[in-house]
Design a protein around this ligand. Structure first.
Ligand code: FBP
Length: 343
């Protein structure tokens, strides 16, 4: 009989881990725990489609357009429906809001409401689905502000620093769920043989020595001089030792995930020279703020170039912000370049 001590690495499911974390909060009601469970289950259902996307007749678009006039991919719609159906009847939520919808999503009147609000991007990077590139789901959880009954817009328009929890699921070579409840960032890999998310990346910290910079350099002519100089600095113009390697997938969750594990910076700047994105492309509530929460929990930082993403007071559900996120020194350097430009 082999010596059991040789393989002592604990097998920890996400459910068990969430429950263990909850036990540190004697006052906890279990609502947040169960909400994270439901998101993990939604992820498994979506993953069961992404992993066989080419077969499942789920490639391509639905022929409909979303609030931004973008084509809605079938998988997008499936992900949207799955997350909604998993959470509309549980009594844990006051309201939801989706990157795909113009307004907040009320809880059906025949179901009870609860103390949290769920913001989500059902399938980020969806323009990459047909090319078998990793895509992701991003979620953010706030405590409601309104006292009771149906949730309202003000429950959703909260600063990132108020977040109770945030995370993403990446549907890539493996499916992973990475989240934080404000006590570190933890990654779980889905084992399709047993259908369980198992702890694979406890306490993720962004490495001190960065490797990559991630930006769509195709837009460079539309950037401000400060961003041009910043990009040159990342390429080691001033100090070759600094030169980072460029990696850009064009799927935010995949680009963020790589830099979280390997060290680096992802940025989607504003286009100030005649571009079509004066505030960048990414949405504050569904993309920038939840990932900023994770970045800071992993020792990194996120900024719009002039201020901390988590301090930005949202003005609308579809608000876009320029985003610089990842290794703290690299993001602070972007702020430095932007400041010189302002001076
Ligand atoms: P969607 O929310 O429409 O998927 O757009 C977001 C996104 O695809 C991000 O995942 C990615 O970082 C970015 O847009 C890519 O934009 P671009 O093609 O302009 O580089």
């Amino acid at each position: 009989m082999s010596d059991r001590r040789t393989f002592s690495s604990k097998i920890v499911t996400i459910e068990r881990y969430i429950l263990e974390q909850q036990s540190d909060y004697p006052e906890a009601t279990g609502a947040l725990t169960n909400l994270l469970y439901d998101l993990a289950l939604s992820a498994k259902m979506i993953a069961s489609h992404t992993t066989r996307a080419g077969l499942a007749g789920i490639l391509g678009d639905t022929g409909e357009e979303n609030v931004y006039g973008e084509e809605v991919q079938k998988l997008d719609e499936f992900a949207e429906r799955t997350i909604y159906r998993m959470n509309d009847h549980t009594g844990r939520l006051a309201a939801m809001a989706s990157e795909e919808e113009a307004d907040i999503i009320p809880i059906p009147p025949n179901y009870p409401t609860g103390k949290y609000v769920l913001m989500y991007d059902p399938l980020d990077g969806s323009s990459n689905i047909d090319y078998n590139v990793s895509v992701g789901t991003i979620f953010a959880i706030h405590r409601r502000r309104t006292l009771q009954g149906p949730g309202a817009l003000e429950d959703c328009l909260q600063k990132g620093s108020n977040l109770v929890a945030a995370g993403y699921i990446i549907y890539g070579s493996s499916t992973m769920m990475v989240y934080s409840t404000g006590r570190g960032v933890h990654g779980f890999t889905l084992d399709p043989r047993i259908g369980e998310f198992l702890l694979s990346h406890p306490n993720i910290r962004i490495p001190d020595k960065p490797k990559y910079y991630s930006v769509n350099q195709g837009y460079q002519p539309k950037w401000s001089p400060a961003i041009q100089k910043y990009t040159a600095w990342l390429q080691g113009d001033n100090d070759q030792k600094m030169a980072l390697s460029l990696r850009y997938i064009g799927s935010l969750v995949a680009d963020f995930h790589r830099n979280l594990l390997a060290g680096g910076v992802f940025y989607y700047p504003a286009e100030t020279k005649g571009g079509s994105k004066p505030q960048g492309k990414l949405r504050l509530l569904y993309e920038a703020a939840p990932l900023a929460f994770l970045a800071e929990q992993a020792g990194g930082y996120a900024s719009d170039g002039t201020q901390r993403i988590l301090d930005i007071e949202p003005t609308g559900l579809q608000q876009r912000v320029p985003l610089f996120i990842g290794s703290r020194p690299l993001v602070e350097k972007a702020e430095e370049f932007m400041k010189t430009e302002e001076a």
